[in-house]
Ligand binder design. Structure first.
Ligand code: BDR
Ligand code: CA
Length: 312
């Protein structure tokens, strides 16, 4: 299946991209980039670094939004991913060209061109997708599957008490996107922060997994030195992989063992719950569901996909 990955260029985005590249039934058609973990220019550089180190064949790379739709605040996650977004592993030089078109337009054009034969995986703020939806409200109908790493569905946010980073970085965009899903026929699969927490790896298991001398293994080891420092600083006992978990669900649909179909609304108010993905669990509203909240993924399959990614 052909795939577009929309990414904000962080360490877990990198591992997710490697997973997609390593997966034999997935063809990475394009990468659209967005601000988020790091500023847009750095996110682009990081995508090129990953593609270069993995010796990926030519992939179209598109420049997307460099800020949220409404600029009330600008977040980044350099704190976790390092100043360059890859824990110091980003490479400045790359021969890979950029496409001229904006990412939002590319999403529409590629979706139409490969109607029914293309999937979408979003790993960053939903700004590019929100713009695309505004320009072409029917865009979702062209995709085969859509998987989003987004949201905190049980109010265990990682950026505020209520909100997950990809939503908090642009709540208005997320609101537009979830609203549009409600009006469409396709329900995206959602990997939330809580689902990420429910699929941890032990540091020992992860360290064993990334042993090796290949350029990809060395890149992952480099990023992991930084990530390990952050884990110790924040007293996080586990290795957590939000974007790779979303990539695993995209690559292997059968790895999903449990999911709930629910209506989600994004809070855009300027209160302590800004960026919350509010889930109507008890179906108290009459709103049509707009998401499939993935709860459980086959851990063995997930580990196997991670292994393939880092041992490429
Ligand atoms: C998400 O936020 C980013 O920092 C990660 O890359 C991931 O997409 C997790 O909340
Ligand atoms: Ca990301």
């Amino acid at each position: 299946m052909r795939l577009i990955v929309d990414t904000d260029g962080g360490i877990d985005d990198a591992v997710a991209l490697l997973m997609v590249l390593a997966h034999s039934n997935t063809t990475l058609e394009a990468v659209t980039t967005v601000f988020g973990n790091v500023p847009l220019a750095q996110a682009i550089q990081n995508v090129k670094t990953i593609l270069d180190v993995a010796q990926a064949p030519p992939v179209s790379i598109y420049k997307g939004c460099d800020q949220p739709l409404l600029r009330y605040q600008t977040l980044d996650a350099k704190d976790i991913h390092g100043d360059d977004g890859l824990g110091g592993a980003s490479q400045a030089e790359s021969e890979r060209p950029m496409e001229a078109e904006h990412a939002a337009l590319a999403l529409i054009q590629l979706a139409e061109q490969y109607s029914g034969q293309i999937d979408l995986l979003t790993l960053g703020p939903l700004t590019n997708l929100a713009l695309a939806v505004r320009l072409e409200p029917r865009i979702f109908r062209y995709f085969n599957r859509i998987v989003l790493m987004a949201g905190a569905v049980d109010i265990r946010g990682n950026t505020s008490a209520a909100a997950e980073f990809n939503i908090m970085a642009d709540p208005e965009a997320a609101h537009i996107v979830f609203d549009a899903f409600q009006k469409s026929y396709i329900q995206p699969q959602l990997i939330s922060w809580e689902t990420t927490l429910a699929h941890p790896l032990t540091p020992e298991g992860w360290t064993r997994m990334i042993e090796g001398e290949t350029p990809v293994a060395r890149l992952v080891q480099h990023m992991d030195i930084h990530l390990n420092e952050r884990r110790l600083l924040y007293k996080e006992p586990n290795v957590l992989w939000p974007d790779p978990l979303a990539a695993a669900v995209l690559c292997e649909p059968n790895s999903v063992l449990d999911q709930e179909i629910r209506f989600i609304e994004v809070e855009t108010g300027h209160t302590i719950t800004r960026g919350q993905t509010l889930v109507d669990y008890r179906r108290l509203s009459s709103q049509r569901p707009n998401a499939r909240i993935v709860r459980r993924v086959d851990k063995q399959q997930f580990r196997q996909l991670l292994r393939m990614a880092v041992q490429m």
